[in-house]
Write a protein that binds this ligand. Structure first.
Ligand SMILES: O=C(O)COP(=O)(O)O
Ligand SMILES: [Mg+2]
Length: 289
């Protein structure tokens, strides 16, 4: 369920007349989506970066509970990118993009090339794919809708978590570290992938590429994800794979670690991240910290 549409599925607890059970409250609080946040605060789609203080104030006053504040205040928060960081999603993305290129009379592009088009959101990917195929770009909305039709038929057919990722996320979740997902991938595909991987309820907040009026590298999605998850910038780390992530983290004032297994466009050393890692496993040391 995205911003601006009907209430989020997880808000169903509000409709029940009996008080929610403790287990439900926990489940609900651990699954804060931007759409819940918008419904509860009245902040509409179209917020700009100048409104970050308002975002912060609203989240603090509306979302936090004494318990959750105590828990999050003493734990390092993690904001994760999705594609190329937690999951190797390029095979399914390339498959959908190539089916689209063929539909428009182009030739399929090798997966290695498509990988380098990922990171700036689906509209950017499509611009790059049509340019690589030597095709004139059709109207952006039309081509995005067609791409998503293809992609939604199986967004996690070949997509897999990178080694160590499920273990890390489980450890952070159990240890009480706030964990947020901040991806430029459109929300419907994000949700489908999380479900397919069995990750529903794992993240404390999920902000996707079409949840807000701006995407990474704008800091707003990063900060919204962080605050919604119960974290604060002075005790948080961003984990990504591309220049978009490094820029977004810098803009949000967060330290950034880059995983070298992802979809960076050039040499990862040129990204000037605070840390580079070949796998996500080193972060295990921070579980509970
Ligand atoms: O859809 C994209 O372009 C990238 O998604 P990401 O932000 O999870 O890397
Ligand atoms: Mg990425």
């Amino acid at each position: 369920m995205r911003l601006g549409s009907s209430p989020p599925v997880r808000a169903r607890h509000h409709r029940e007349s009996r008080p929610p059970q403790q287990s439900e409250i926990r489940h609900h609080r651990r699954n804060i989506q931007v759409s819940n946040y918008q419904a509860n605060t009245g902040i509409a789609q179209g917020v700009g970066t100048g409104e970050i203080p308002a975002v912060r104030a609203n989240i603090r006053s509306v979302r936090r509970t004494p318990n959750q504040s105590r828990r999050s205040a003493i734990r390092t928060a993690f904001v994760f990118d999705l594609d190329g960081t937690l999951i190797d999603s390029a095979p399914d993305i390339a498959d959908a993009a190539n089916r689209l290129l063929v539909e428009y009379g182009g030739t399929p592009q090798p997966i290695g090339k498509v990988m380098k088009m990922v990171g700036g959101g689906a509209p950017k990917l499509l611009e790059r794919a049509f340019a690589a195929a030597g095709l004139a770009m059709p109207p952006a909305e039309e081509v995005l809708a067609r791409f998503l039709e293809y992609y939604h038929t199986g967004p996690a057919m070949m997509t897999k978590p990178y080694p160590g990722v499920p273990h890390l996320l489980g450890a952070l979740h159990r240890a009480g570290n706030p964990i947020a997902l901040c991806t430029n991938k459109p929300g419907r595909a994000t949700d489908a992938i999380l479900t397919r991987l069995g990750w529903d309820g794992l993240f404390d907040a999920v902000v996707s590429g079409d949840d807000l009026s701006v995407k990474k590298p704008d800091p707003l999605p990063v900060l919204a994800a962080l605050f919604l998850a119960g974290g604060t910038p002075n005790r948080a780390v961003y984990v990504g794979d591309s220049h978009v992530d490094v820029q977004a983290a810098r803009n949000a004032g967060l330290p950034v670690m880059v995983l070298t297994h992802g979809y960076a466009h050039g040499p990862v050393s040129a990204l000037r991240a605070d840390a580079l890692a070949t796998t996500i496993r080193p972060l295990l040391r921070l579980a509970g910290s």
